[in-house]
Design a protein around this ligand. Structure first.
Ligand code: IVH
Length: 668
């Protein structure tokens, strides 16, 4: 071999080796400068001896000079967009449409990850990469060939030479490179990019390929475009061909003969996708057979043989338009943000609690701000942060009012400065309503018919100011209320009367004693047996009870030594409420199975129970209700929209029960 040619081969190999180190291993062995030296030497030799140069030479990757501007490329076949779907039912509808149009033929579906990058068309003439273009408006895009040549996943030359060959796919940036690139950007004093997709798009718009190479872009091919002299009958064959031609094809591609298989596979990626080194924003489902695709055709916008399944976004930007204040049963003012509606994790979010003054101040959240809102699975919406850069100057710092928005009593900031409270106490109708709501709820006194609306009416009409007043209501009083028939009035009275028998634990759960929730109420009732023993217990005695700490003990003691509360208890006694506790009722008495020794976790939304109701029921039947799934969990009760807990339970082999199966288990 000619010594010049030999040196050129040597340089090829060295440069390819350093490309591999740089791109794939992200662990360069030589400086950029030394790399450029090797490249320059090769470039000079190629200029002097063009007969030895090849189209896939590494000089072709970064050999070009910066371009002046972007040329426009017209796509031989338009780059269509695809329809989106968001739920299993959407996918079933897609399948029904496909099957109907195929009249009798059954499709095989190929399911792929939807790579969150920038769509690209790569053109090869006689086996040599000539043009790479963005999607643009679908008809024509920007020529970004100079930058694409720097991407090692883009072959410069194909092993075969069809006259015209087009690969379509996605240019993307890995999460690790995104972070590293952003760090460099910030160090250089530039604004960081918002996400890898934007960074990728920006990198493709660079004029100088040397700069673009530094961003370490990647490419996955996912389809054949317009090709001459290539015969393939299915998408899977097309992908295999792309692989043989040297393209990177994503490894997570699976085919299914039924839509249910497709759905399960899609859902299996909902959380697993976070472990991938690059970002995906969903899945793409494609009919495999090209003859079937032809039969299905396209609408004006998108092919009928393909659909994207989008994972629900868990974070979004929206505007905080105003802040309401809710008065709690103990007078605490809770600020609640009103948001411009934003779709997150499959639901529309328009309100989110801002918790307290500390929360608002530490996050510097202002009325009119753009905020990042998060909703992961079953978790309630949460304001992650405000975006001060998006401010226009019209945003307003929020101040808590000096007086209660409900009763006008003075508002005080507590010792720690975290909470503001209305000092109106029993005079504040908002507080009274909340107290009654807490009292009537299912896991407390479970008063049938005493819902939010009725409570509102009863308090506003001045009929009820305390819990005891409920038991003094008469039929005549109720019937006089708006939209209250005789029958529902009687039902409500019956419901209230029935609650007299609930026993001490439920009364305690309903009394709005600070720090006392359902399980502490259970503890107190079984420890003390009746209300007098409990009322006379000092804080020391209370804190001897397992599970009750000194702060809780102090709060309970204080509650019962307040003269109003004392009076209320005496009234309830006189009205005939049962204020003692039998020994823990046996499961048989509750009409259910014995769940002793069994740990349950509840997840998702249930049809018949709130979270606290079902957990209270589990406890009453002797079981334990826990918040997280572990190998010690016996059962997971999964409702609608169950998320990561369900995945975890499946992984650990925990028995998963639907709501109906749970009811069967407990014999209801
Ligand atoms: S197929 C006509 N497959 O998602 C069908 N698209 O609107 C062509 N995308 O920007 C698209 N991963 O670039 C297909 N595995 C994949 C994909 C994928 C990402 C992008 C595509 C386009 C968007 C769909």
């Amino acid at each position: 071999m000619n010594p010049v040619e030999k040196r050129m081969r040597e340089l090829y190999l060295q440069i390819e080796h350093h490309n591999q180190k740089y791109y794939v291993d992200a662990n360069p062995e030589i400086s950029d400068r030394d790399f450029d030296r090797l490249l320059d030497e090769l470039k000079t030799l190629e200029e002097q001896h063009p007969q030895f140069a090849t189209p896939d030479s590494p000089t072709q990757r970064v050999g070009g000079k910066p371009i002046e501007g972007f040329a426009t490329v017209r796509h031989r076949e338009p780059m269509l967009s695809i329809d989106n779907s968001y739920s299993s039912d959407d996918l079933r509808e897609f399948d029904q449409r496909v099957c109907k149009l195929l009249s009798g033929l059954t499709p095989t579906y190929v399911v792929e990850l939807k790579i969150d990058g920038v769509a690209m068309s790569l053109i090869y003439e006689n086996g040599v990469f000539t043009t790479g273009a963005t999607r643009g408006d679908g008809e024509q895009g920007d020529d970004v060939t100079h930058n694409l040549k720097t991407i090692p996943d883009v072959p410069l030359k194909l092993p075969k030479s069809p006259a015209h060959f087009e690969a379509r796919g996605e240019v993307y940036m890995t999460r690790a490179d995104f972070a590293a690139n952003n760090r460099r950007r910030v160090e250089a004093g530039d604004e960081p990019a918002a996400n890898p997709r934007n960074f990728t798009a920006g990198s493709l718009k660079l004029l100088d390929p040397k700069e673009s190479r530094k961003r370490r872009l990647h490419f996955f091919a996912y389809a054949l475009g317009s090709c001459d002299g290539i015969e393939v009958a299915t998408h899977l064959d097309g992908l295999a061909l792309l692989k043989r031609f040297g393209f990177s094809v994503n490894p997570h591609i699976v085919s299914f003969d039924s839509i249910e298989g497709v759905i399960d596979y899609c859902n299996s990626w909902a959380t697993k996708r976070n472990d991938l080194p690059y970002e995906t924003d969903g899945m793409v489902i494609k009919v495999n057979d090209f003859a079937q695709r032809k039969k299905l055709g396209t609408t004006s916008k998108s092919p009928r043989w393909v659909i994207a399944y989008k994972f629900a976004a868990e974070q979004g930007l929206t505007k905080l338009t105003s802040i309401d204040l809710q008065v709690g049963k103990l007078g605490t003012l809770t600020p609640v943000a009103n948001l411009e509606p934003v779709k997150l994790a499959g639901t529309t979010v328009s309100r989110a609690s801002l918790h307290n003054a500390d929360f608002i101040e530490s996050k510097d959240i202002r009325v009119g701000d753009t905020v990042v809102v998060e909703k992961a699975g079953e978790i309630i919406p949460y304001v992650v942060r405000s975006e001060p850069e998006a401010r226009t100057g019209t945003e307003k710092v929020f101040h808590f009012p000096k007086s209660c928005p409900s009763c006008g009593s003075p508002v005080e900031r507590d010792k720690n400065g975290t909470f503001y409270r209305c000092t109106g106490g029993r005079k504040c109708t908002a507080q009274i309503k909340e107290v009654l709501r807490a009292y009537a709820r299912r896991s407390a006194m479970d008063i049938e018919g005493l819902g939010e609306k009725i409570i509102e009416q009863l308090v506003d009409a001045g009929l009820v100011n305390t819990i005891a007043d409920l038991y003094r209501l008469t039929l005549d009083q109720l019937v006089a209320l708006e939209r209250m028939g005789k029958k529902s009035a009687q039902n409500l009275l019956d419901g209230i009367a029935a609650s007299k028998e609930r026993g001490l634990a439920r009364v305690l759960a309903g009394l709005a004693i600070p720090h006392v929730g359902d399980s502490v109420a259970d503890l107190l009732a079984s420890e003390f047996g009746d209300i007098d023993a409990l009322m006379h217990a000092g804080a020391d005695r209370l804190s001897q009870v397992m599970g009750i700490g000194p702060i809780m003990a102090e709060a309970i003691h204080e509650f019962f030594h307040d003269s109003h509360n004392h009076k209320l208890i005496e009234e309830l006694k006189a009205l005939g409420l049962k204020l003692s506790q039998d020994r823990r009722p046996t499961p048989a008495q509750l009409g259910g199975a014995d769940l002793a020794g069994k740990t349950f976790v509840v997840t998702g939304t249930l049809a018949k129970y709130s979270r606290e109701e079902i957990e209270s029921l589990i406890r009453q039947l002797g079981g334990k209700a826990s918040g997280s799934v572990s190998k010690n969990t016996h059962f997971l009760v999964a409702g609608e929209k169950a998320g990561s807990k369900l995945d975890k339970a499946r992984q650990l082999g925990v028995t998963v029960l639907s709501e109906e199966e749970f009811e069967k288990l407990i014999g209801r």
